[in-house]
Write a protein that binds this ligand. Sequence first.
Ligand SMILES: O=C(O)CCC(=O)C(=O)O
Ligand SMILES: [Fe+2]
Length: 261
Amino acid sequence: MNHSAALPAPLFDDAFESGGAPRPASGGELPALQGLDRAALYARLNENGVAVTEPLLSPEQCEEVISTYENPALFRSTVVMQRHQLGRGTYKYYADPAAVPLVRALREQLYPPLAWMANQWAPLLNERPFPATLDELLAECAANGQTRPTPLILRYGEGDYACLHQDVYGDIVFPLQITVMLTRPGEDFTGGENVFVEQRPRAQSRAVVVRPGLGQAMIFPVRHRPVRGEHGFRRHPMRHGTNAVESGRRTTLGVIFHNAR
Ligand SMILES: O=C(O)CCC(=O)C(=O)O
Ligand SMILES: [Fe+2]
């Protein structure tokens, strides 16, 4: 499959308007993003520390992203997690996420609603606001030496897992990231739940377990989230990881918005 030729499609496919046959969902169209309720997701994120979307990718689109795993030309590096004590399993960073239409579409089109959320948080955390578009964020990253793309595909077999971590790759940190489930829980694999741990100042930590369905995305903080305390908002550090897969094979797509040094 040639991933480098296609450009991201507009949100509205004019083939429907002009009476032509709808194109197959393989050019990066994400119709579910039009119905994304950013206010509801933001409310959920603030309640729970993580918000799960409706499916953003169709089963065919999940397959399309999974198929990239087998094409070494698409990746800048492969990490065998057990070699670095990160867990067990393998992940690969896309060399140019913009060359893979669905990854490009997810990163570009989810950025604005997530920047809206990040910019609600910014004053609560005494942090900087973020630009309106992904291109502007990536230009800032580049000016700071953060030029290496961070979107990645992760694959887990039986017994594989990911240790709790934070995806910080430099000084410029966009505060939210997403992970998209590309395989069917309960069918393609069992176990492999997503785990989020929130550290509460002077209190015990809280864990949240999420089981996203096929094509669903989890929106969660990279480093911390603001929580209202008695004297204003406080930072609650958060880390994420993956419970061991019990059987089968599990594949996810991680989209981090800042690039890496
Ligand atoms: O679903 C997973 O295995 C977690 C992936 C992850 O760590 C990420 O997307 O940053
Ligand atoms: Fe991660």
